[in-house]
Design a protein around this ligand. Structure first.
Ligand SMILES: [Zn+2]
Length: 442
């Protein structure tokens, strides 16, 4: 059995407690002792490896509760729906998994994936075939005939990209059961969607309460939780009433819906990093100011609700929505914590708890990882600097000194440089024009 003693560390344990100096002992895949007990126990293990963490912080690895590892930094849904192939999508997911490890991520919830390939990637990780964070995986996202948020790109029936259209009771029940047979850890539902002609109304709840209840009933009977993408008051309300177990976004809530959520204590993963990045970097990318202010409003309009949820003890989880080009893998997995501090008034340690202890729920490992304490899985991150002073230190891979998943140190060397994959992305005709001036003169 391998044993590792982390010495001279400043420890952030993930519970919200202030950092403290000390040692942590890991035996095999678990933390077995913290503080003086760790040093004492290590003395009886003469073969134990010692890791000196002077100047470093030892903390639980980050858990990204909303990460699409199969999307390969897509810049459009068209790419995901029409340009991708299953084998290559899985290979790029493995490539990108290394970027997550280099950012200190030791666990992700991948809500939905192209070709449902994350089920296979998860099994490969669990079997030790590949190095990657722990993965909890959904299959295809369920949507009704209206479609999700990709409008007319989605076929009226069957599979499109990461979506599965289900119409009526029979299709709903069959697809939920099929996904569980395939190995879904979670069932993902797009509770709200948008029809192109009515986009100005924003996302609307696209299921009846009875339909959502049916999804939850079938899944819960088989012991599988349900997570929902919800924007708008009606979507959030129905998702909570249906018994859904985890909500993404949960924007646009009326105060009574916040009350309901507080009553049920349904965990929420706002996943607003995408919007925050657009606010900060959109101007440099030429994004229309109106769109930028729309995205900022989505954050600021939710600030009061999220503050109330947090104050009432509703667990908030951190999710990056990585998988899209606005949130490239490996760079922004810490960013949601900054959003929680900046917009939702959390302390930095509270935000860290959201990305560690609270994230364990997304992995279905509550009380088994996400905290540094005896008995927990050794999913650990050693970082140069102090994230309780500056969360931003987690945003630079050179600060990530070492990462441990299941008690094993992972390879943090950078993945090899890649070249474009032929036919993988939607070509931009505009960027290929030899002389844009020709167009101007037409
Ligand atoms: Zn998503």
């Amino acid at each position: 059995m391998t044993a590792t003693l982390f010495e001279n560390a400043s420890i952030i344990d993930g519970t919200g407690a202030a950092p403290f100096a000390g040692a942590v002992l890991v035996e095999s895949d678990r933390i077995t002792a913290v503080g003086p007990a760790a040093e004492e126990r290590a003395r009886a293990l003469p073969g134990a490896r010692r890791v000196d963490l002077a100047g470093q912080t030892l903390m639980p690895g980050l858990i990204d509760a909303h990460c699409h590892l199969s999307f390969d930094d897509a810049s459009s849904n068209s790419e995901l729906f029409f340009q991708r192939r299953p084998g290559l999508a899985a290979i790029t997911a493995l490539y990108n998994a290394r970027k997550l490890l280099r950012a200190g991520v030791t666990g992700i919830l991948d809500p939905d994936s192209v070709f449902e390939i994350m089920i296979d990637v998860r099994d490969a990780q669990e079997a030790g075939l590949i190095e990657a964070p722990r993965i909890a995986s959904g299959c295809y996202a369920l949507i009704p005939g209206l479609g999700g948020t990709a409008g007319g790109l989605i076929r009226d029936t069957g599979i499109t990209g990461y979506y599965s259209v289900v119409n009526g009771r029979d299709e709903i029940m069959a697809e939920v059961r099929r996904q569980i047979k395939v190995g879904a850890d979670w069932i993902k539902v797009h509770v709200s969607g948008v029809a192109p002609r009515y986009a100005h109304l924003g996302e609307k709840c696209s299921w009846t309460l009875e339909e959502l209840q049916l999804i939850c009933e079938v899944a819960h009977d088989l012991g599988v939780p349900v997570m929902g993408h919800c924007r708008g008051d009606v979507a959030v309300r129905r998702a909570v009433l249906s018994g859904m177990d985890l909500l993404f976004h949960a924007t646009g809530m009326q105060p009574e819906t916040v009350d309901l959520l507080i009553d049920r204590k349904t965990p929420v993963c706002p996943a607003m990093t995408f919007q925050a990045n657009l606010v900060d970097h959109g101007p440099a990318l030429g994004t229309a100011p109106a769109l930028i202010s729309l995205f900022e409003r989505e954050i600021t309009d939710s600030a009061d609700s999220m503050r109330r949820l947090h104050a009432a003890g509703v667990p908030l989880l951190c999710g990056s929505e990585a998988g899209f080009s606005m949130v490239p893998y490996g760079h922004w997995h810490h960013r949601e914590m900054e959003v929680f501090v900046r917009y939702f008034g959390m302390s930095k340690l509270e935000a860290i708890t959201c990305a560690t202890r609270n994230g364990a729920f997304a992995l279905k490992m509550e009380g088994r990882t996400g905290v540094i304490a005896a008995g927990m899985k050794a999913d650990l991150l050693c970082v140069r600097g102090d994230p309780s002073v500056d969360i931003g230190v987690l945003g630079h891979s050179e600060n990530i000194a070492s990462v441990w998943v299941d008690g094993r140190e992972v390879d943090l060397s950078p993945p090899p440089a890649r070249k474009p994959l032929k036919g993988w992305t939607v070509p931009s005709m505009g960027a290929r024009l030899p002389n844009p001036g020709i167009v101007d003169s037409l």
